[in-house]
Design a protein around this ligand. Sequence first.
Ligand code: ADP
Length: 272
Amino acid sequence: MSDCTHDCKTCGQTCSDRKEESLLAPLNELSSVKKVIAVVSGKGGVGKSTVTSLLAVSAQRKGFHSAILDADITGPSVPKAFGIHEKATGNEQFIYPVKSKSGIDIMSLNLLLESDTTPVVWRGPILAGTVKQFWSDVVWDDVDYMFVDMPPGTGDVPLTVFQSIPVDGIIIVTTPQQLVSMIVEKAVNMANMMNIPILGIVENMSYFKCPDCGSKHFIYGESRVEEIASRFGIKAVAKIPIDTKLTSACDNGMIELADDSVIKNISDTILI
Ligand code: ADP
């Protein structure tokens, strides 16, 4: 355009040079994060935090420095899975994450609250503002992979988080029941709307393997994850069985000792 002022704020034209005002929150000067991977689910309780934690453990085992930003503010469960009881520290300028036993940097609201059982009854903008602060005010020291445990669903809070943090890719966590509904499709559409690639899909609680006879029982119905993945062009697929060892690892703060081979298909694809 010949009369272009290069000031998109004062111009209503839609042209190829248009630069939208970025809503991204900045990192502080002490932080460096190479890749940010958001872990999403259509609903709570499907194992999103468990998968986020396993991915961070997997990355750390591969020799990367990993971090978890727990953006699931109203249901923060990451510190418990890692057995972290201490509180985060900080000064007027910065907040310091807590390090897990294997060196994963973790920030979660539970690390700031007096008590783990205090309910968080904040409204959407405050929740989203807290996540922005976790990104901007926490010292993320030389992080190779940051995994963001997203708030469940496709509402206002996850959307604001996506707009505030420069997410490189998304992992969708679902269960066989949810795969037959529109929930996964909504998550896929949200990712597409924001132009963020979907790096993989995890079908959690996919089946139960009988410890006596070894046969697989599809408690929540037959798996359709491959079909859904190919419909949306998602390459990496992982199926995690219902496993009481995983439940007790999370409950007892021992996720760093858990078997991460269940997400190997995904971790081998994204952690390179
Ligand atoms: P979300 O983050 O989606 O709300 P969580 O990761 O907190 O879900 O998981 C909910 C509960 O289910 C936790 O107690 C967790 O230990 C358990 N869980 C998750 N995945 C499995 C699995 N594959 N087998 C057994 N228990 C699981």
